[in-house]
Write a protein that binds this ligand. Structure first.
Ligand SMILES: Cc1ncc(C[n+]2csc(CCOP(=O)(O)OP(=O)(O)O)c2C)c(N)n1
Ligand SMILES: [Mg+2]
Length: 379
């Protein structure tokens, strides 16, 4: 455990949230025009896209809240990994990819929002967490450890940097085939201190592969603070070591994340190679639900609660007159209704039959009564 006095003040580490503006005056507030671009929206986005960003962030948070309820009822098998406070990071970055162009990403356990943006269905995420026979991995794997090549995401094999070399390989394939597709890979602050990260990053950089590396600086690797596992104060400084451009972004500002990710995706697609984006955010829950965060200073948590990405977004889009509060409430109601249906559907479904437990894991084994042991003839 880290004593509070060993910690670098969070203000030094974090990108400070922008100052809150007062309520928009009637002179500056513009009614948002349905179906077309409202003036002044950044990043070339339109009203529909602003609503979508809200939808995906709300869906991520609400789906995780439903999962917490199921976890407490003992219905979730294994761990539950929250991304509370990191929704803008996942949603804003994945939103910059072009699914129609065949872009692909590789998520971590805290990138539920990225999966939803790529088209993963909440009912499948619920099935995965409850290890249902109907889940994408038919109950063989848990949580967000599943892939869907059609929708453009691959299954995570490890949280600890190993997806960087895998995505380097995938984007090398795009290059060799002459495809104008882009890859995105997420890596945690802790995982950036592994050998796998270094090797993957180096290969991607030297081959100028079409890859965007999202470094999620959420302050912790399990209970280890950033300053206890790396000597750099900013993860973006590591970009220099690989000879690639880097950018440090306020990870709780979904529009800032989207804009930076979009620049990086465009660079990658234009053949200009890898970009490292450091998203400064915060893990507001423990590593997983079973972790009570006893090592986290209370005032640090309180500070980041006041920097909530969804609350900030709602305030920004309404005060700017881009969206009305009613528009956002309608999205929230849609999310609640969709999740009611998905939870109901997935809860009713069966767990896998025990006799089928080994089917489809490697090869389908010959059916035996107890395939996990064999009789040895005794002399
Ligand atoms: C080789 C290995 N060591 C340890 C673990 C356990 N583990 C999983 S995630 C994690 C911390 C990762 O921290 P970070 O990269 O900052 O990602 P975050 O959890 O903050 O999203 C650890 C220690 C593991 N899965 N594999
Ligand atoms: Mg971390």
């Amino acid at each position: 455990m880290t004593a509070p006095d060993e910690r670098r003040p969070a203000t030094e580490r974090a990108v400070a949230p922008p100052p809150r503006s007062g309520p928009a005056s009637s002179a500056t507030a513009r009614p948002a025009a349905a179906g077309r671009k409202a003036a002044g929206i950044p990043a070339g986005l339109g009203r529909e896209q602003l609503l979508e960003l809200h939808y995906y962030m709300r869906l991520t948070r609400s789906l995780e809240e439903r999962l917490v309820n199921l976890y407490r009822q003992g219905k979730v098998i294994g761990g539950l990994f929250r991304s509370l406070g990191q929704e803008a990071d996942s949603v804003g970055s994945a939103y910059a990819l072009d699914r129609a162009a065949g872009d692909m990403l590789s998520p971590l356990i805290r990138n539920l929002g990225s999966l939803l943006v790529m088209g993963a269905r909440p009912v499948d995420v619920l099935r995965q967490y409850m290890a249902k026979a109907t889940s994408p991995t038919r109950g063989r794997e848990l949580n967000v450890h599943f892939g869907d090549l059609e929708r453009g995401f691959i299954g995570q094999i490890s949280h600890l940097g190993d997806m960087v070399p895998v995505m380097a390989g995938i984007t090398l394939t795009f290059r060799l085939r002459g495809e104008r597709r882009v890859g995105m890979v997420y890596v945690g602050d802790g995982a950036m201190s592994t050998g796998a990260f270094h090797e993957g990053m180096n290969l991607a950089a030297v081959r100028r592969l079409p890859l965007v590396v999202i470094a999620e600086n959420n302050g912790y690797s399990y209970s280890t603070t950033l300053e206890r596992q790396t000597a750099v104060s900013q993860l973006v400084l590591k970009a220099k070591a690989y000879g690639v451009p880097g950018e440090r972004v306020d990870g709780n500002d979904v529009l800032a994340v989207y804009e930076a990710a979009r620049r990086a995706v465009d660079r990658a697609r234009a053949g200009e190679g890898v970009t490292l984006l450091e998203l400064v955010t915060y893990r507001r829950k423990g590593h997983a639900e079973h972790d009570d965060q006893h090592y986290v200073p209370k005032e640090e948590l309180a500070r980041w609660e006041r920097n909530d990405p969804i609350a900030r977004y709602v305030q920004r889009v309404t005060e700017s007159g881009w969206l009305e509060a009613g528009d956002l409430e309608a999205v929230d109601a849609r999310v609640a209704a969709e999740l009611d249906a998905a939870v109901h559907e997935s809860e009713m479904e069966p767990l896998p039959e025990p006799a089928t437990a080994l089917d489809g894991v490697y090869v389908t084994p010959a059916r035996q009564a107890t395939p996990w042991h064999r009789e040895v003839a005794r002399a």
